[in-house]
Each structure stands twice: as structure tokens, then as C-alpha cells.
Design a protein around this ligand. Structure first.
Ligand code: SF4
Length: 222
């Protein structure tokens, strides 16, 4: 009889990471430890982190190595945010890290929440894998019109909008933001559709507050 290989340990599961910021107040609620993952599945014309989507050298971290860095900051932070690039391209790492973080922060008495800052472009299998091991999503909605979205990012947005509604139904949306690109997604028609979609998300989000933000593309934080 064939024996199944044991699952990889937290010393073996590795993430491709571009940058780590141990202290941020703009990447989710409160004071956060932020990890920018390498790689992205969109190609936004206005990308604010272009170095994360290119095929450039990155640092490989195991779950244990990243956790060691976070543990040093535990007394000072309210949570951890995984950003990018697109962090959900590395779901096995997120799942393993989240379990280890829960064990570590639970035993230290602090309740550190893991939030994913995502473009929302992932399939149902990834969503099911992630939704039970994180405490919220920060979601970028690039455009409501499929044509505008395709122009800005190179991909269709149906999957992203469906995921947004599912996140809201599960009460997991913490923040939704849209970067306004003049002449593309800031037209009256597009803004009106966006407002209606925001309202739908708010109605679905199980009474949990969602922060909505419109950001001028000339005023990006990073
Ligand atoms: S989703 Fe974010 S990281 Fe990816 S290309 Fe768009 S702006 Fe850049």
C-alpha cells in the first residue's frame, strides 16, 4: 500500500516576499506589521507597487522565519496585513502562517488579526481555503464596468465582483477602495455604478462596518 507523504512543515513552506514593513498605520485598522508578497495576476496601468509584479529577485521566507519577525513586534502591533503584489497567489503559506500566528499570539495573550489586502482575483477553491483562517479582507475594486476594468488591469472583473459579494455575505470585508484614474473610472456613470455596488456590499456585510475609500491616483500612499 502506498503511504501518503506527510504535509510540509512550517520550516518548509516558503513565500516569495518583496518587502516587510514592521510598522504601518495605512494598511488596515490600527498599527500593523505588513508583508508585501511578490507576484501579481493583474497588470494595472497605474500600479503603485510595480516592483512586486515584475519577475525580479525576491526574498524567500519560511513560515517560521516570518513568524519570528512578527513575534518580536507582537507587543506593539494590532495585527498583520499581507499585501503585494497579490498575496492570495500563495494560499498554502497564508494558511500555515495563520495557524502558527494564532498559536503564538494566543499563548502571549494578544489577539493579533491577519488581514489580506487583495485585488480579489482568485477562484472559489482559494476563497474557501482562506476565509476560515483570516479575519478580514481589504479589497481593491478597480472598476465596475467590465470594459473599463479590462482596460485598466488587463483582466475581466466578474470573478472579483462575485468574490466581493461573497466576502460581504461572510462579514469579512474590512475596507474597500478604488483608485480613481481620470477619464477611465471617474466618469459619472462609473461612479454611480460604484456607489450602488458599495451600498450592496454594505447591506450584505452582516452589520460589520466597511471603510470605503476613493483615492486619487496622483495621491497614492506608496
Ligand atoms: S493589483 Fe495591485 S500590485 Fe497588482 S498590478 Fe494592480 S496595483 Fe499593481
Amino acid at each position: 500500500m502506498n503511504k501518503q507523504a506527510p504535509p510540509p512543515s512550517t520550516k518548509e513552506i516558503v513565500a516569495r516576499i518583496n518587502t516587510i514593513i514592521p510598522s504601518s498605520f495605512v494598511d488596515g485598522p490600527g498599527h500593523r506589521f505588513v508583508v508585501f508578497f511578490q507576484g501579481c495576476n493583474l497588470d494595472c496601468s497605474y500600479c503603485h507597487n510595480p516592483e512586486t509584479k515584475r519577475d525580479v529577485p525576491f526574498t524567500a521566507f519560511t513560515v517560521d522565519e516570518l513568524l519570528d519577525s512578527v513575534v518580536m513586534e507582537l507587543p506593539f502591533i494590532d495585527g498583520v496585513t499581507f499585501s503585494g503584489g497579490e498575496c492570495t497567489l500563495q494560499p498554502a503559506f497564508i494558511e500555515a502562517f495563520s495557524k502558527s500566528l494564532a498559536q503564538k499570539s494566543g499563548s502571549s495573550g494578544s489577539k493579533v488579526k491577519l488581514i489580506l489586502d487583495t485585488n480579489g482575483c482568485f477562484n472559489q477553491e482559494v476563497y474557501s481555503q482562506l476565509k476560515n483562517c483570516i479575519q478580514g479582507f481589504i479589497l481593491d475594486i478597480k472598476a465596475i464596468s467590465a470594459t473599463v476594468h479590462q482596460k485598466l488591469t488587463g483582466v475581466h472583473n466578474q470573478l472579483i465582483l462575485d468574490n466581493a459579494l461573497q466576502m460581504a455575505r461572510d462579514g469579512l470585508l474590512v475596507e474597500v477602495r478604488t483608485v480613481l484614474v481620470p477619464g477611465d473610472n471617474d466618469t459619472p456613470v462609473e461612479l454611480n455604478s460604484l456607489r450602488k455596488f458599495y451600498q450592496q456590499l454594505k447591506d450584505y456585510n452582516q452589520g460589520n462596518e466597511i471603510k470605503f475609500r476613493l483615492i486619487e491616483s496622483s495621491n497614492m500612499e506608496r
